[in-house]
Ligand binder design. Structure first.
Ligand SMILES: [Zn+2]
Length: 317
């Protein structure tokens, strides 16, 4: 069956402003920091609370980074989206400071990082962003509508200059140097021969155009058999089979895949969001096998411990 039109994200369907904005984006590190051209707002239902959420993205000064501010907690400062703010969670990424917590930030972070928006204040009126359709496509479209401003200040870039691994024999991330500037992410998905999700591999060379076209629309997924356990944790109350991909034994229930390897692509989207917590571009290869958010956070901790920031002049475009 054909993929429903509302789930497609292709260059040809993008409005002209989106194509123009993408065409002007740099494709390699050694770039300057960027923020949004203006504030933009999106709405949707939160996956944890089930409530309607308003999320706004605002321009921010150079070196501000990305921070989330809860407008439903008046008087509280923005929580920086950095590795130091990460809270322990299963199957998602949350940040918090002084009791102010924001859950499920990874898809918003992926949209910003994927389009190389470095400085942005994210405001929201709930403890989580909208879940949308399980992808970050609506946030990407809002960013493209707002446009990008070159702030003329160099963006730091961390260099992976040695092989490092985190995880276990079952699931791991190996970080490797790359000869050329840039970031490559490989994801190897394999849930075994009995899983309705077939083994799949995808490698993505990070650049904004390909991110918007091939990664941003890929949705989060869950097995039908896992739904009850997740709902017992308070996740996904009131969600339907159209709000994310729910796999039964014969594939997605009441839904369709955008790509045969949409699940691996979504895992790459999650990596882009989680590695954005570094607050710098990354030069190297992230080779991820069956890994999840906890492994991503272990990997970013290893990078911050062992890797150095590239001198600006050494990799300037
Ligand atoms: Zn995800």
């Amino acid at each position: 069956m054909a993929v429903p039109n509302h789930l497609r994200l292709t260059q040809s369907r993008m409005p002209a402003y989106a194509r123009d904005n993408l065409a002007s984006l740099p494709q390699r590190p050694g770039r300057s920091q960027h923020t949004l051209g203006r504030s933009v707002t999106c709405h949707g239902v939160g996956f944890v609370t089930g409530g309607r959420v308003e999320l706004s993205l605002h321009p921010a000064a150079p070196d501000f980074g990305v921070a989330f501010q809860r407008l439903d907690c008046p008087g509280t400062p923005p929580v920086p989206a950095t590795r130091a703010s990460v809270l322990p969670r299963q199957r998602r990424t949350a940040i918090g400071r002084n009791g102010v917590v924001i859950e499920l930030i990874e898809h918003v972070l992926a949209a910003l990082a994927g389009l190389q928006i470095d400085n942005c204040l994210v405001t929201l009126n709930a403890p989580e962003p909208p879940g949308f359709d399980g992808s970050c496509r609506p946030v990407v479209e809002a960013i493209l509508e707002a446009g990008r401003i070159d702030q003329g200040v160099p963006r730091p870039c961390l260099i992976i200059d040695r092989v490092m691994s985190v995880g276990t024999a079952e699931k791991q991330i190996t970080l490797r140097p790359l000869a050329q500037p840039g970031l490559a992410i490989s994801y190897h998905l394999d849930y075994g021969p009995d899983s309705p999700i077939r083994p799949q591999n995808r490698t993505f060379l990070a650049n904004p155009t390909d991110f918007a076209t091939h990664i941003a629309g890929c949705r989060t997924f869950v097995l039908d058999s896992e739904v009850e356990a997740l709902q017992n944790q308070g996740l996904g109350q009131g969600l339907t089979h159209q709000d994310l991909l729910v796999f039964g034994q014969d594939g997605p229930i009441d839904n369709h895949l955008l790509f045969p390897d949409e699940c691996a692509r979504h895992k790459i989207l999650d990596c882009i969001g989680d590695f954005a917590l570094l607050g710098a571009d990354l030069w190297g290869h992230i080779d991820a096998c069956r890994s999840g958010h906890t492994d991503n956070h272990d990997a970013t901790a290893a990078i911050l411990q062992h890797c150095h920031v590239a001198p600006v002049a050494a990799h300037a475009a």
